[in-house]
Design a protein around this ligand. Structure first.
Ligand code: FAD
Length: 277
């Protein structure tokens, strides 16, 4: 099964050593790729570049640099692409991003890219980078319908997107339904299933609520049962993620993308369960 991981750059300046250690440990699991997130405002882009470059050039693992366009001009995007190419980071996850809270109306209204599709077209026309895109098994929150969102996904493929990474989901049945609909409208490119291991109750209020992903009763029951006991919550969370991944593997999905939250131990523990240890 193709495994891949997502990491985020260090929040504080100067904590690169820890981030490098994280990706070095993750690279030992020989993933297909490791992707690095990018702030929607674009101001921290150098951090994404540095981590992605370390993954490619030091860990000898394929790096995917996320790139958002809501806060960037065309010339900035050209510059970002040139920097990535100069470091031999040849894969980007092209995203729109969400409007940062501190972005003034004037800047938002004058933005040069409206949708990820505008960015994908632009990158394809102005660089030699391979382009991936996001997709949403439970539909993007702004899309009027699943069909409209799938049409956007198909448009991304028509523009040259080579692979997709999905938003996190906790109910595999929703992913299989989505996959069937995507294939039915001619989306043939690989779709990596996004899995977020929930190892603390706190994550529910942060990453999960931001993603808009639904939480099935089995998972919310588990959180309710273990919320007060961090060790049991951790174990239950990795077991849930491992069970999701085992089922995805049985269904022959193209790949599983783990949102690692920069915790290689979580990945190691999940892989041990999957390996039957
Ligand atoms: P789009 O594809 O532009 O879609 C946004 C909405 O517009 C959708 O409702 C879509 O249906 C609609 N739409 C798109 N194109 C068109 C069109 N041509 N015509 C009409 N409607 C259209 N955010 C970050 O800031 N940094 C990250 O590193 C990051 N990484 C992510 C990784 C993954 C795997 C995922 C799933 C999301 C990530 N995000 C990240 C969040 C992402 O930026 C948000 O989900 C954002 O709201 C949408 O981005 P998008 O690229 O999917 O946008």
């Amino acid at each position: 099964m193709n495994l891949s991981f997502e990491v985020f750059p260090p929040k504080k300046d100067g904590s690169f050593d820890t981030a490098f250690e994280v990706v070095e440990r993750l690279a030992e699991y020989q993933p297909q790729f490791i992707s690095v997130t990018y702030g929607a405002g674009g101001s921290k882009s150098k951090k994404t570049l540095e981590i992605a470059s370390h993954i490619h050039n030091e860990c000898r693992t394929m790096a995917v640099a996320h790139l958002t366009c809501v806060g960037n001009t065309r010339s900035e995007i050209v510059e970002r692409c040139r920097e990535l190419e100069a470091h031999n980071v040849m894969h980007v996850l092209a995203l729109r991003g969400d409007r940062p809270k501190d972005m003034p109306d004037e800047q938002y209204n004058a933005r040069e890219f409206i949708y990820a599709t505008d960015l994908i077209r632009f990158i394809r026309e102005n660089s030699g980078l391979h382009v991936m895109a996001a997709c949403y098994p439970e539909k993007h929150f702004e899309a009027p319908s699943m069909e409209a969102d799938l049409a956007v996904m198909k448009e991304k493929q028509d523009l040259g997107v080579e692979e997709y990474i999905s938003q996190m989901f906790f109910d595999n049945r929703l992913f299989y339904e989505f996959l069937e609909k995507a294939r039915a409208i001619g989306i043939t490119k690989p779709i990596h299933a996004g899995i977020m291991p929930l190892t603390s109750a706190k994550q529910l209020g942060t990453s999960v609520s931001l993603s808009g992903s639904s939480v099935p009763k089995a998972l919310s029951d588990l959180i309710a049962a273990y919320a007060e006991n961090p060790e049991d919550m951790y174990q239950a969370g990795i077991e849930y993620a491992a069970a999701q991944i085992a089922d995805l593997r049985e269904h022959g999905v193209d790949g599983v993308h783990i949102y690692t939250m920069n915790k290689p131990k979580v990945v190691g523990d999940i892989l041990r369960i999957l390996g039957g240890e």
